[in-house]
Design a protein around this ligand. Structure first.
Ligand SMILES: Cc1cc2nc3c(=O)[nH]c(=O)nc-3n(C[C@H](O)[C@H](O)[C@H](O)COP(=O)(O)O)c2cc1C
Length: 299
């Protein structure tokens, strides 16, 4: 079974590494050659973050400004499958993931190759996925499957716990009251089921219906309120990012964005959701369903 699989990803906390290990184990067990490459940045992002370093990356994330990746080697010039692990930052592919998607060595192996993407987010991954999908299309890759893991706790709760995690580096229960942040441990272990579905198809090179199989295995699920909030937030983030990028003195504006984000999430979003529930959602069911399918499927 001389099939070659490249698995490439970035991670700060190690969460994506754990996911990749469970997810790819069935592929390794089938005897395929699995090459894992972990991306490192020349100027590494701090982990844990400080409040200001966290928000400082927002404009570059949203405006897709790539940064330098440390040199990495790929053993092959052609793979039978590429698995790309990434995480959203500010509703966009993280800067390391975006930088990888612009890296000439990676672009070379992407061309004409089937790709499965796997993301691990707090809960807003749609816009980042849309952009990763576009980058893959532009590179001539064939996206054959997508898995989007999220923190399944309610949005305001995971908003609090992710900050605790990102600002302390501890993936633990904040104050012993809040749930653990990030992807649930059992769910990480269960990603092996996606690996088994993929391993089964590698020899046959049969990718046609993979995404439907992954959808049946609950690899992707969309909550309408989150899709709604993210849809609005992505437009507003883009306005902020362009505005801040043009300022000589960025700090005060980044601080303003931070306060905006808290107010938008805890006050603006609930009001908009109520208005949407009364005036929009009842009349646009088909359009909403089409939008969901646009993100659940691959094109
Ligand atoms: C700067 C920054 C911004 C983030 N923005 C988002 C976001 O917009 N949506 C989301 O669901 N998760 C967001 N996250 C969470 C990440 O997607 C990811 O789950 C977390 O950073 C753990 O990934 P790791 O494997 O790199 O440790 C953000 C994390 C960071 C550090």
């Amino acid at each position: 079974m001389d099939k070659k699989v490249l698995v490439i990803y970035y991670t700060q906390s190690g969460q994506m590494g754990e996911i990749i290990d469970s997810f790819t184990q069935p592929i390794i067990d089938e005897g395929f050659s699995v090459e894992k490459v972990v991306i490192k940045m020349v100027d590494n992002y701090p982990f844990p973050w400080t409040g200001s370093s966290f928000f400082n990356v927002m404009p570059d994330c949203v405006l897709s400004v790539p940064a330098q990746i440390q040199p990495f080697t790929l053993k092959e010039t052609k793979y039978d499958l590429i698995i790309l692990g990434y995480q959203p930052w500010f509703l966009s592919p993280s800067i390391p993931s975006n930088s990888l998607l612009n890296h000439p060595d990676f672009l070379k192996v992407l061309k004409g190759t089937p790709v499965v993407t796997i993301s691990a987010a707090r809960n807003m991954w749609l816009n980042a996925f849309e952009r990763v999908r576009k980058s893959l299309q532009d590179a001539g890759a064939k996206l054959v499957g997508n898995i989007a893991l999220v923190d399944r706790n309610p949005n305001p709760i995971s908003f609090v716990t992710i900050f605790y995690w990102m600002l302390t580096g501890k993936k633990e229960r904040y104050l012993n009251i809040f749930p653990k942040p990030g992807i649930d441990e059992q769910e990480i272990l269960d990603t092996a089921k996606f690996g088994r579905a993929i391993a089964f198809r590698i020899t046959m090179e049969y990718w046609e219906s993979l995404q439907y199989e992954l959808m049946n295995l609950e690899a992707v699920h969309i909550k309408y309120p989150l899709m709604f909030i993210e849809g609005k937030a992505k437009i507003i983030f883009a306005v902020w990012a362009k505005f801040i990028a043009k300022r000589k003195k960025k700090e005060p504006w980044i601080a303003a964005f931070k306060y905006y984000l808290f107010i938008a999430l805890f006050i603006g979003a609930p009001i908009l959701l109520i208005l949407d529930m009364i005036f929009i959602r009842p009349f646009f069911g088909d359009r909403i369903e089409a939008r969901k399918n646009y993100y659940l499927q691959l094109n």
